[in-house]
Design a protein. Structure first.
Length: 211
């Protein structure tokens, strides 16, 4: 059994990002499910590993690392092939900015805890929560569409951190019936990435089966 354990939830887009990178880098790992819908993230045993009570957490090299981008940064530093960020500083900054549109501007305000808070504190029904999610995804995607290359992936011929962040968010967009017709470049990148085995094997349905 591998010593590398990813604590994740199959539909967590942050966990999905880490699964993709683990696969791209060929890092053998075990998935350990933390069922967010059943509240397993609040269990004392899990919070001893991750005090924030969120997923993912990666147990690797004798330590537990939280937050998907911090995990990916650690993996890039310790297992650099293939790199998720360019070495040249300006290119690195551009890629990181593209990734952060998803990781900090779209995803955090669309997760389960936010949706539940909108319902419990502001009386939002399920339809209103979906409309909220669609709005923020569409707003972020509009910027990414302008930044996306005319051909190839964000990373060119090989996926980079922007691609890794985009694909789980595209999955979420389709789950919530978000209109993607205004984003042909993002749809092209999504389709191309989903032909790569590392992305296919990280897909939520594959993770659900492996859990």
């Amino acid at each position: 059994m591998t010593d590398t354990i990813l604590y994740d939830y199959w539909r967590s887009s942050a966990s999905y990002r880490v699964r993709i990178v683990l696969n791209l880098k060929g890092i053998s790992h075990q998935l350990r499910s933390v069922n967010l819908l059943e509240g397993e993230q609040r269990d004392v045993a899990y919070q001893a590993i991750n005090p924030q009570g969120r997923v993912p957490t990666l147990s690797i090299d004798g330590q537990e690392i939280t937050q998907s981008l911090a995990i990916i940064d650690y993996l890039d530093a310790t297992r650099p092939d293939p790199a998720m960020l360019p070495a040249e500083p300006a290119d690195r900054a551009q890629t990181l900015a593209q990734a952060l549109i998803v990781a900090t501007d779209i995803h955090p305000i669309n997760n389960i805890s936010v949706g539940n808070y909108l319902k419990s504190e502001f009386g939002a029904d399920g339809k209103a929560v979906v409309t909220w999610m669609q709005h923020w995804m569409t707003t972020g995607f509009a910027a990414l569409e302008q930044l996306a290359p005319a051909d190839g992936l964000f990373g060119g011929e090989q996926p980079n951190l922007a691609d890794v962040c985009l694909i789980p968010q595209m999955y979420n967009a389709r789950r919530f019936d978000t209109d993607l017709t205004a984003f042909p470049k993002l749809e092209r990148i999504d389709a191309a990435c989903n032909q790569i085995s590392a992305f296919q094997n990280a897909h939520p349905e594959a993770a659900k089966s492996a859990a």
